[in-house]
Ligand binder design. Structure first.
Ligand code: AMP
Ligand code: ZN
Length: 132
């Protein structure tokens, strides 16, 4: 199957991976809304939560661990968690993923969630999270 996130999980397409366990992989979103915007995906292909709501349980430990990592390393003041199921909900990549979006005091509120901040240096953010 031709799936972008399956290719990222397999390592055939590069990503800035910040966390991984037996069931899930977490990597920086290539087009971040806020500093540290990360996607958590199951290793196995699942289209979305509507088809398989129980997949969320499988990736829950990775969601929790990645949230903790982002908040601790980036000094975030809050965090949004979002998953879109279906094109009508705004889903663009049809491999289940949860957006983890660290939030900062200078841009508060839900209305600011998807307003992209310009000039985020992904390599710098990656180093800050992983210590590499
Ligand atoms: P959604 O609209 O919920 O399906 O989100 C898809 C997300 O995947 C978007 O936020 C994209 O910026 C992100 N994305 C697309 N391609 C890549 C990639 N190669 N590496 C990391 N994130 C990606
Ligand atoms: Zn996939």
């Amino acid at each position: 199957m031709d799936c972008l996130f399956c290719s990222i999980v397999a390592g055939d397409i590069g990503s800035r991976q910040v966390y991984a366990d037996e069931h899930a992989v977490a990597f920086l979103d290539i087009n971040p809304w806020h500093v540290g915007h990360t996607l958590v995906v199951p290793r196995r292909h699942v289209d979305d939560l509507m088809g398989e709501p129980e997949a969320l349980t499988e990736i829950a430990p990775a969601i929790a661990a990645t949230s903790r990592l982002l908040v601790d390393r980036l000094g975030a003041d809050g965090l949004n968690l979002l998953s879109s199921s279906g094109a009508v909900a705004g889903q663009e990549v049809f491999h289940l993923h949860v957006h983890l979006v660290p939030r900062y005091a200078h841009r508060p509120g839900l209305r600011e969630l998807m307003v992209r901040e310009d000039g985020i240096d992904l390599d710098r953010v990656y180093r800050q999270i992983t210590g590499e």
